[in-house]
Each structure stands twice: as structure tokens, then as C-alpha cells.
Design a protein around this ligand. Structure first.
Ligand code: PRP
Length: 179
């Protein structure tokens, strides 16, 4: 697909994503099979498409909640602090929790989010990330379940944006800038 100033080259088709999401959902269902109710926490905004597809494949009682954090940009890279923009609506104390993320890059976002959620005393806390760029990692984070490992390329689609565009693409593609 061609946009002004960049082209998007598909690397993961909608069908490939759907097939992988179905497997992840089955694994999550199996892992939490004895739960009373699973709290699925999507990190906004990038995870909203993944959460929507994933929860429809999970065969358990599920509560969906969202957390929005902002990671500072390059200018603040040294501190790498994460600020809560929208907190959870519900409690997670003593609950089974699944954090759903679209992409793990440096790992700082999940590192801070997990630290913060652990202080609230969940019973179990697992992570499902659709995309993982292990070559970019700065802090040790391993998702319990990962959809796809991808190279260090700028990607968009299936919830992931470039300057708040392209989240609505049904596939995932790499961005190549054309000047
Ligand atoms: C992206 C992505 C992750 C985070 C990963 O969020 O959704 O939350 O960056 O990066 P890290 O591993 O280096 O911390 P972004 O800040 O772009 O916000 P968005 O979810 O609203 O797109």
C-alpha cells in the first residue's frame, strides 16, 4: 500500500494473524482453565484490535479492562518513565490477570506496567504479546505467550500506528519511507 511519504509492505497477513491468535487463545484457555474469571487488560491504544480478537477465542469467563500509559519519547529516553493516562476500571487483587500488549520493543512499558500491577496483589499475572522485537530489548521481559518474533523494523497495522495512522489495517506491514 502507498501513502504519502511511505509505503507499507505486508509481512503478516490477516489470515496468518487470525490463525496465530486462535492458537494463543487456546493456550490461554488451557492455562487458566480453573479460573473463576479472567481479567484481560489491554494496554491502549495499540492492543485494542488484538484484545478484541483474542477474547473471542478464549473459552472462559472473561472481564475486559484497559490501561493507558504513555512512554516518553526519545528526548526523555534516559529516564524511560511510564505515566498512567487511564487506570483500570476494576480491581485485580486476588484475581487472575492477563496483560495483552501489541508489541514488546525495549520492554520498558511492560516492565513498569507489571511492577505497578504486581503491587495490587493479583493471584496470577501473565502476559500475551502479539509481536516481539527481541533485538531491541533493554530490560528483561518475557511474555508468557508471543504471537510472532519480528526483526527491528517499523511496523504498522492491526492496532499499531505510525503517527496515529494505519491502526485500522487488517494486516501488519513494515513501513518504508520514500522521502
Ligand atoms: C507502543 C506499544 C507498546 C510500547 C512498546 O506503544 O503499543 O505499548 O510502545 O515499547 P517498549 O517495549 O519500548 O516500551 P505506544 O507508546 O506507541 O502507544 P500506543 O499503544 O498508543 O500506540
Amino acid at each position: 500500500m502507498s501513502k504519502s511519504g511511505y509505503v507499507i509492505e505486508e509481512i503478516l497477513s490477516a489470515n496468518a494473524i487470525a490463525a496465530r491468535v486462535a492458537v494463543l487463545a487456546r493456550n490461554i484457555t488451557d492455562h487458566f482453565r480453573d479460573t473463576e474469571k479472567l481479567v484481560v487488560i489491554g494496554l491502549l491504544r495499540g492492543s485494542f484490535v488484538f484484545v478484541a480478537d483474542l477474547v473471542r477465542g478464549i473459552d472462559l469467563a472473561v472481564e475486559v479492562d484497559f490501561l493507558e500509559v504513555s512512554s516518553y519519547g526519545a528526548a526523555m529516553e534516559s529516564s524511560r518513565e511510564v505515566r498512567i493516562l487511564k487506570d483500570l476500571s476494576g480491581e485485580i487483587k486476588g484475581r487472575d490477570v492477563l496483560v495483552v500488549e501489541d508489541i514488546v520493543d525495549t520492554g520498558h512499558t511492560l516492565h513498569h506496567v507489571l511492577d505497578m500491577l504486581q503491587t495490587r496483589g493479583p493471584k496470577r499475572l501473565e502476559i500475551c504479546a502479539l509481536l516481539d522485537k527481541p533485538s531491541r530489548r533493554e530490560v528483561e521481559i518475557r511474555a508468557t505467550w508471543t504471537g510472532f518474533e519480528i526483526p527491528d523494523k517499523f511496523v504498522v497495522g492491526y492496532g499499531v500506528d505510525y503517527a496515529q495512522r494505519d491502526r485500522n489495517l487488517p494486516y501488519i506491514g513494515t513501513v518504508r519511507f520514500t522521502g
